[in-house]
Design a protein around this ligand. Structure first.
Ligand code: GDP
Length: 525
């Protein structure tokens, strides 16, 4: 297969949804179709209790949320599909944001009994920043749901995207009979209790086929009338509008019953964009370029507690990874030879021989890689648009045993490289300030410091309004600022200069006093 054919068969997507809408369940079914799992039901520790080992994971399990982003690759039809799991809890929005920079499309899963929920709205806002194409799956049709027409209306109004129904449900709850596929003119009949496997679904060709009466009785006439209405009132699928993020194809089904999931997957394979290029500091890089390039969007520590390793997740933007190849790391200007990149299959990982634009590869990181790092075949550009957000909550972290300061600092810096929290080290004293976007992260940090670094730490209150990164076009002005404002300056985990403002007033005064200094609420890597 040629290089271009390999790239063209890649589809890289993430699932966005409100907690409990069915993301985990649909992931299991999708992997079942990909033959990645023999029997669905083993994706997360949350369900099976098989993989959750470390204290941190225990905590995740207790709280019933997923803190990690996993990457899964599986074949479907003629394609190689990469599915990136986004953490569900809103505390981790920053992580989620960066994950969404690494995909080319999203699957939006909606609980059809509930409709559009808060978290979905937020995630859609994020996808809008890059006009990511969205496929919609209305889930849980085996329950009593809201009226399908209302659901589409709500998506259109609240999320401001046109809906094009591809399948339409027949009945719901106990009376859920199946779906009619508007483009294929076929009815697929649902049987309950077969969700753990790939079913032989009965298909009836043609809406006016009398077989339909035999199969679903009065529902046949009802669905014919209904579809007249639906076709008149809704949008037709339009590929260009979909690719522009203006229209979403909508599928109905039940993830638990593994019904309708394959229709959605067919849509993904047929319509979702091929690997897309990305902007860099110099130029746009296209996926069709044969020279390797990629960026790190996530670092995850200690995924395997036995190995205590850290994995940098790298989205390949162009070219091909080959085992043993040399990569240029733009930030450090160094060349590194990589021969142990891994790929992910559900909970397992495998050593990679090669990977193509669109794929996500895992690089073993011994402290030399950071979120936002660009790797190339020698060119000096850096990929743009992978930000850190200024944290909103701050606490000073203290040791119970003061002799472990070194471990504490090391642990904090490593955790901050993952991007879940940020650490600030004031220039004038030995404090360590943890900054986070959500409260939960503080607990995660203490639990992980204990579990992974054997450090007992606790928090103290600290008066911080905000931390903002500071730069200046004029290096002399920056030096002067460094001297004069030293009492408020600190270095973050990556040694970037940040201004710690105790109050809002303090911040505006500093901005007034030093007009040639730029204050940033996000930091581009
Ligand atoms: P997540 O939080 O989005 O990952 O949601 P889960 O996949 O964990 O699902 C939340 C709950 O909804 C679980 O109890 C699932 O068994 C249930 N669920 C998921 N899909 C369906 C479905 O199609 N029908 C029904 N009745 N329940 C479902």
């Amino acid at each position: 297969m040629s290089f271009q054919q390999e790239v063209d068969k890649r589809r890289t997507f993430a699932i966005i949804s409100h907690p409990d809408a069915g993301k985990t369940t649909i992931t299991e079914k999708v992997l079942l179709f990909g033959n990645a799992l023999q029997k669905a039901g083993t994706v997360k520790g949350k369900k099976s209790g098989q993989h959750a080992k470390s204290d941190w994971m225990e905590m995740e399990k207790e709280r019933g949320i997923s803190v990690t982003t996993s990457v899964m690759q599986f074949p479907y039809r003629e394609c190689t599909v990469n599915l990136l799991d986004t953490p569900g809890h809103e505390d981790f929005s920053e992580d989620t944001y960066r994950t969404l920079t690494a995909v080319d499309s999203c699957l939006m899963v909606i609980d059809a009994a509930k409709g559009v929920e808060a978290r979905t709205i937020k995630l859609m806002e994020v996808t809008r920043l890059r006009d990511t194409p969205i496929i919609t799956f209305m889930n849980k049709l085996d329950r009593d749901t809201r009226d399908p027409i209302d659901l589409l209306d709500e998506v259109e109004k609240v999320l401001n995207i046109k809906c094009a129904p591809i399948t339409w449900p027949i009945g719901m709850g106990k009376e859920f009979k199946g779906v009619y596929h508007l483009l294929r003119d076929e009815t697929y009949l649902y049987k309950s209790g077969l969700g753990h496997m790939i079913q032989e679904v009965r298909v009836i060709k043609g809406l006016h086929n009398p077989e339909l009466e035999d199969a679903i009785g009065n529902y046949a006439e009802e669905i014919r009338d209904m579809l007249e209405l639906v076709k008149g009132a809704s949008n037709e699928f339009n590929h260009d509008e979909f690719l522009a993020g203006e229209l979403t194809p909508v599928f109905f089904g039940t993830a638990m019953g593994n019904f309708g999931v394959d229709h959605m997957l067919d849509g993904l394979v047929d319509w979702a964009p091929l690997p897309q290029g990305r902007e860099t500091s110099d130029r746009k890089v296209e996926s069709s370029e044969q020279k390797f390039s990629g960026f790190v969007f996530k670092i995850q520590a200690n995924m395997d507690p036995k190995h205590r390793d850290r994995i940098a997740f790298c989205r390949i933007v162009s070219g091909k990874y080959e085992k043993g190849m040399k990569m240029h790391q733009s930030r450090t200007g160094k060349d590194v030879r990589i021969s142990d990149a891994v790929t992910f299959l559900a909970s397992d990982r495998e050593l990679l021989e090669e990977a193509y634009a669109g794929d996500i590869i895992g690089l073993h990181n011994h402290g030399s890689m950071q979120i936002g790092d660009t790797f190339t075949a020698g060119e000096k550009f850096r990929f743009a648009g992978i930000p850190n957000f200024a944290p909103e909550l701050f606490k000073r972290i203290r040791l119970k045993d003061p002799l472990k300061q070194k471990q504490l600092q090391k642990g904090l810096i490593q955790l901050s490289e993952e991007g879940a929290v940020q650490v600030f080290r004031p220039i004038q004293n030995n404090d360590l300030i943890v900054g986070a976007v959500g409260v939960l992260q503080f607990d995660v940090v203490v639990a992980r410091l204990k579990g992974e670094y054997n450090v007992d730490a606790m928090y103290e209150h600290i008066n911080v309004y905000t931390a903002q990164w500071v730069t200046s076009k004029d290096p002399r002005k920056l030096d002067e600022f460094r001297r004069k404002a030293e009492a408020n300056l600190s270095l973050d985990g990556g040694d970037n200069l940040a201004y710690i403002a105790p109050t809002r007033v303090n911040l505006s005064l500093a901005k007034e006093r030093y007009p040639e200094i730029e204050f940033h609420t996000t930091r581009e890597h």
